[in-house]
Design a protein around this ligand. Sequence first.
Ligand code: ZN
Length: 295
Amino acid sequence: MIRNPIPWPNGAKCAVSITFDMDADSLIHVARPDDSHRRLYPISMGRYGPNVALPRILDTYERFGLKQSFFIPGWCLEQYPETVEQILKDGHEIGHHGWIHEDPIATYGNQREPFERAIESHKRLCGKSPDGYRAPVYNITDEVIDLMLEHGMRYDSSLMGDDIPHVLKTPKGQLYEMPVHWGTDDWPPFAHYDEIGYLMPVKSPSEGLAGFWEEFEAQYHAGGFFMLIVHPFLTGRLARWQLVERWIEQTLETRDVWFTTLGGIADHMDRLKANGTWSPSVETLPFFEAPPAKL
Ligand SMILES: [Zn+2]
């Protein structure tokens, strides 16, 4: 059971968002800044995302008439402008995902420059400032939330404190939170990436995706929100994407779901709040003013 479920449009039982973080080869450049340009294998693994997986993913979405959300670091927008153009041409949404996938904890105190540089790339290459944000490696901080509020952004999608979208309130303002969790992220089942400290045994496509579909069933029966947090270079690989595509087709045929962007969910929450039919739960920040265990 979910307390305070969101009434979805047209009586849909569950909202569904497949969100892709298109990190491309930014990951290796951050992990190995001194010699990443010589590391051709991880660069190629990342480039598979925009060059091979994205056209495949967009083709599926077009066939089923879906609009979805992508999160892309500013540096990747600059490197892959044709991919960005294609995503936007098809009516999808692109959110902020750092400048070059820098970890906001590792760069704490110095986030303004990369955060705003990424916003400039969004304005130039996407034609607008982004509405949403997902922190690289989910490591959002108070510093980043302040920057989001300063730039009039509407939602974050990095925290794990609830099953369904809600409000995140800080002393400086409020945002919507579209909560993530590791059970619907493709990194644990499919990432094998020594240079960034991930040596997971890669699961078969059906085994790796099976956990996602179990998560969907639970959200569907509770009238909740099912979101995948996936990566083109992992889930956009041929065999995995064929299975996701089949799942989308079957779900559209047999279930009462609302596929939408995270911006679409924020719009819907605005409407419900305005007409007084539903009020979101509120999480208040900061959780702590100082580390509680530090004596
Ligand atoms: Zn990422």
